[in-house]
Write a protein that binds this ligand. Sequence first.
Ligand SMILES: *Cc1c(COP(=O)(O)O)cnc(C)c1O
Length: 360
Amino acid sequence: MSRIHNFSAGPATLPLAVLEEVKAELLDWHGSGMGVMEMSHRDKEFTQIAQDCERDMREVLGIPANYKVLFMQGGATAQFAVVPQNLLRGKTGADFIVNGDWGKKAYKEFANHGKANLAASSEAGKFTDIPALATWKLDPDAAYVHITSNETIHGVEFPDAPDVGKVPLVSDMSSSFASRPFDVSKYGLIYAGAQKNIGPAGLTVVIVRDDLIGQVAPGTFQIHDYKNVADNDSMLNTPPTFSWYVCGLVFKWMKARGGLAAIGEHNARKAKLLYDYLDSQDFYRNPVAKAVRSKMNVPFVLANSELDADFLKGSKAAGLIGLKGHRSVGGMRASIYNAMSQEGVAALVDYMKEFARTRG
Ligand SMILES: *Cc1c(COP(=O)(O)O)cnc(C)c1O
């Protein structure tokens, strides 16, 4: 077996220990005589798997008891519509802070549901910063304020939850979920696709304060009604059982590694290694304002973009894949989620140094 260093933005690298466990249990989960893929979601075996996952996630993230954890499908993209259907609660609009393509997509989708207020945007600066909180044009009557905690394409991350007062804060945390300690109680709702940091594609986690649910807009599909989902333990229909199971193993792995504090330190060390190198020379450049640089997705451009193809070809030969930047920004991007090792980032920096030395 040979494992490469996978810098893909998602689906993305998973912890080797988790994959080994999946492999060992693939044909026979805990003596049940069947694999998790083959189990009915109503079997007691799967019920156990589902409950363990939620328990471990609650423990690792410190999710307060008045928050529901929902296991849904459709990705963060479906949530761009499902959140307004649930959280408008008879109000007319919501505030959007747009500092990247994902936040812009959420903002655009909202227009199908209510009055979308663009409270702040950094698009004029090509999404390389987050507008200062003092400049946000927030509407006190908004149903909620929507942010994207980490913009995966642009590599821009909120250092902390912004204080938006009484209006519930909603965050798309897809690409920074469970990457460092954070205070769930500062949010009304958090959603995240699993495939960046906590498991395979197919599962979407929603964490929502329980007083915000139960007032869906007319016409909302039953399967999208958070209260209905919560009341039925996220099993209104067949859930993505295998992804849910792997997600549970990932949270067990996080616990064994010392929880979010340890994971956060590990991620900060990896990001520092890469940013320190990027800032030490001028062959490569990261364009993002230092205070809001992402610890999960690190975009960088080569001073001479004619070398991009060679850079990618050579990186692949060196066992480093998934480094091509998103088509909307070009250049490169290294996604260094929880499961990316320090050695992986060191190998990338070594490759970058060598490429710059021989081609610069
Ligand atoms: C990947 C990503 C999405 C889209 O997720 P899907 O699961 O493909 O719908 C949305 N928002 C952010 C921040 C992402 O990183």
